[in-house]
Design a protein around this ligand. Structure first.
Ligand SMILES: [Mn+2]
Length: 235
C-alpha cells in the first residue's frame, strides 16, 4: 500500500475463522468471548459479517469507555424487530445501551416506528455528508471520544459501488470517503467491523472486493508510520 508506506505481506495477523452460530439470538456469547480475548492480548479486532447484530456483542467486550461510529444507510434503532431484541434492525439501539457515545453516519432510511419511538441517536444523513466540502473532517469532529469502534454496514456505500447487500439504498457514500475517514480516525480506532456483505447478491464480486480493501485500509493506516495524509504526493 504505497500511500501508507506499508507492505501488508510483512504484517502479522491471525484469522480466527468463523466464530458465530447462525442465529442472531445465539451468537452473542461467542462473539463477546472472541473479541475479549483479542483485546486481552492487546491486539486489534477486525470482524467480518454477516448480520449487523454482531456489532453490539463485539462492543460489549470492551470494558473501558468506548465511542462507536456506525456507518449505515439505515438508522437501525428499533427496540425490537420481528420479536427479536438482537437483530440487524436493532443494532444501533443495542449499541446505544452500552457505549459511552454513538454516532450513526450515512443514514438515508429511518422507519416511521423508529420516529414514533422518539429515541433517535445522533446521526448524519448521507445527503448532509455528500453536501459538505470536507466531510472527513466534519465526521471526525462529530465524534468526540478518543477510543472509537468503527462499524461499517456495507450498505452505507452507494449501491453503484456495493450492490451486494441485503437492503441497498441509493444516494450513499463514495468508497474514497470511507478510505479518507479510516485514515483520519485511525489513531483513535480500537476496533473495526464490516457487516452485511452478501456474496449471493454480489455476482461480480465488487462488494466483497471493496470490503476487503477497506480491511486493508484499516491495516495500512494502523501500521503506517507516514504522518502525512494519503494522496499528498507532489505531481
Ligand atoms: Mn444498513
Amino acid at each position: 500500500m504505497m500511500e501508507y508506506g506499508v507492505d501488508l505481506s510483512t504484517m502479522p495477523f491471525h484469522d480466527m475463522g468463523d466464530i458465530v452460530e447462525y442465529s442472531p439470538e445465539d451468537m452473542g456469547p461467542s462473539v463477546k468471548k472472541a473479541v475479549r480475548k483479542i483485546l486481552d492480548d492487546e491486539k486489534f479486532p477486525i470482524i467480518l459479517g454477516g448480520e449487523h447484530s454482531i456489532t453490539p456483542h463485539a462492543v460489549s467486550a470492551y470494558t473501558d469507555e468506548l465511542s462507536v461510529l456506525i456507518l449505515d444507510a439505515h438508522l437501525d434503532h428499533r427496540d425490537t424487530y420481528e420479536g427479536m431484541k438482537n437483530s440487524h434492525a436493532t443494532a444501533s439501539r443495542r449499541v446505544s445501551e452500552i457505549a459511552s457515545e454513538l454516532l450513526v453516519c450515512g443514514v438515508r432510511s429511518i422507519s416511521s416506528d423508529e420516529m414514533e419511538e422518539g429515541v433517535l441517536p445522533p446521526y448524519l444523513t448521507s445527503f448532509e455528508v455528500n453536501s459538505w466540502d470536507d466531510p472527513v473532517k466534519k465526521i471526525s469532529q462529530s465524534i468526540k471520544g478518543n477510543r472509537i469502534y468503527l462499524s461499517v454496514d456495507m450498505d452505507v456505500v452507494d449501491p453503484a459501488y456495493a450492490p451486494g447487500v441485503g437492503n441497498p439504498e441509493p444516494f450513499g457514500l463514495e468508497p474514497l470517503l470511507l478510505k479518507g475517514l479510516i485514515r483520519e480516525l485511525s489513531p483513535r480506532l480500537v476496533g473495526f467491523d464490516i457487516m452485511e456483505v452478501s456474496p449471493p447478491y454480489d455476482p461480480a464480486g465488487i462488494t466483497s472486493n471493496l470490503a476487503a480493501r477497506l480491511v486493508y485500509e484499516i491495516l495500512g493506516s494502523k501500521l503506517s508510520s507516514v504522518s502525512s495524509s494519503p494522496f499528498s504526493r507532489q505531481v
